[in-house]
Design a protein around this ligand. Structure first.
Ligand SMILES: Nc1ncnc2c1ncn2[C@@H]1O[C@H](COP(=O)(O)OP(=O)(O)OP(=O)(O)O)[C@@H](O)[C@H]1O
Ligand SMILES: [Mg+2]
Length: 412
């Protein structure tokens, strides 16, 4: 009988902590999802921990929820981290190929990626991922996977994603204290993309936009690899705050009415339509105009898309990505978002539902689960490559191994 392994992910967001559990048959890369857990993330703000105790409790509650559904204990997780402490830079590395006959080996790839890390990264930042964008062998540019080729000089252009050491350490600590080990840490923007993109979209050029609570992450792919990543510190929480200020309500009421009646398309709302707040709140009892709320919501989402457009302009891809924009994160579930995004970004736009897994858990057919599912997919690809499972946290060498395996899985 084929060996089956349990694989789990933990997406620590600013508003929700999501856990997904799957099983993976030996030799397969398609996980079967068997459990999902969710808990409010009360100890976090904008991707940073503000209350350790509460965060540990939320993580534990999300894990228990998923264990109950799956009927399997969770001992280790692929952990996704995001938030405003994540930054990225581009870097280059060059080495002389070491082997006789000058055939490029995996060791050469390791060494050139190591060389690419010799950029000045502040001591309070830690590399979470180094992604090779393209290799040059002697004068030949644009090589995706150079192992087996012959050459003397190997060069790489790499994208490096870093996190603030204290922020990453605090998240790690909370996860370990909640009772699970960490298989690997993956920036959530890369994980979300894994769940919603096809290989073809990545080849053509596409941007994945994850609008969460505390922020919006942007990741651009082209020619099969990551071109750019960025985090914009504006998300669904800002929309709620605007509604609360604009309509003079409490935050809780603003959140409720945003989700229940909110839209990004004020022109579709009848001018005379009124929301009676006393139906959703004991504190707020006034009546507010639904169209006015829609105008407030539209303004903030419009700002988010303008900031994304600026980000795309920085890499000369403003309106220039053939496979368009894919929206994930719970905040993209607002009506009217597709037209607003399409007009502002001047790109084709779709909602990104997680794909590439089996199983019949309905909850996860939801753009809010893109990160958690993407982490499972990431882990599934590594699973079949005798990947160590019990390491606590990652070191550089390990994150490296991840890259190499990852690269191989992209270019068999
Ligand atoms: N149906 C909905 N319509 C509009 N907004 C929604 C809806 N459901 C959730 N949201 C908003 O989505 C946001 C939460 O998104 P999500 O759960 O993806 O965030 P997170 O992953 O916890 O946070 P982050 O990724 O920023 O750390 C909240 O601001 C919430 O108000
Ligand atoms: Mg998120």
């Amino acid at each position: 009988m084929a060996k089956v392994r349990v694989i789990a992910s933990l997406d620590i967001g600013s508003s929700k902590i999501r856990t997904v559990v799957g099983t993976l048959d030996e030799g397969s890369q398609v996980p079967n999802i068997i459990g999902v857990g969710i808990a409010p993330s009360t100890g976090m703000r904008k991707g940073a921990i503000i209350d350790v105790e509460e965060t540990i409790n939320s993580i534990a509650s999300s894990l228990e929820d998923a264990e109950r559904m799956a009927g399997e204990p969770i001992n280790h997780v692929f952990l996704g981290i995001g938030g405003n402490n994540i930054e990225s830079i581009n870097s280059k590395g060059v080495i002389a190929v070491s082997h006789a006959g000058n055939e490029i080996t995996e060791d050469d790839v390791d060494r050139v990626l190591e060389a690419a890390q010799a950029v000045s990264i502040p001591s309070n930042r830690r590399i979470l991922r180094i992604i090779p964008k393209s290799f040059t062998v002697d004068e030949q540019k644009g090589i995706k996977y150079p192992v087996g080729m012959t050459g003397i000089r190997l060069e790489v252009e790499a994208h490096i994603i870093t996190g603030l050491v204290p922020a990453v350490k605090n998240v790690e600590k909370c996860v370990l204290q909640a009772g699970v080990d960490i298989d690997d840490i993956i920036p959530s923007c890369l994980a979300s993309a894994e769940a919603v993109l096809s290989k073809r979209q990545k080849e053509l050029g596409v941007v994945v936009i994850d609008i969460g609570s505390g922020g919006t992450s942007v990741s651009v792919f082209e020619e099969g690899t990551t071109l750019h990543t960025a985090v914009i510190p504006v998300g669904g929480e800002n929309v709620t705050n605007d509604v609360a200020i604009g309509l003079r309500t409490s935050i809780d009421t603003a959140e409720k009415i945003k989700i229940e009646y909110g839209t990004c398309a004020p022109m579709d709302v009848n001018e005379r339509e009124i929301i009676d707040l006393s139906l959703v709140s004991k504190i707020d009892t006034q009546k507010v105009a639904k169209r006015h709320m829609a105008e407030i919501i539209e303004a903030r989402y419009h700002e988010i898309f303008l900031l994304i457009r600026d980000e795309l302009a920085k890499i000369n891809r403003d309106g220039m990505l053939p496979a368009g924009a894919i929206l994930t994160g719970a905040a993209v579930k607002i009506p009217g978002i597709l037209d607003l995004a399409r007009e502002t970004l001047n790109l084709p736009v779709q909602i990104g539902f997680p794909q590439n897994f089996d199983g019949v858990v309905d909850k996860i057919d939801d753009p809010a689960y893109a990160t958690a599912i993407g982490l499972i997919l990431w882990g599934s690809r590594l699973e079949n490559r005798s990947y160590g499972f019990s390491l606590k946290g990652i070191n550089l060498k390990k994150s490296f191994g991840g890259v190499k395996d990852w690269l191989k899985s992209l270019f068999p």
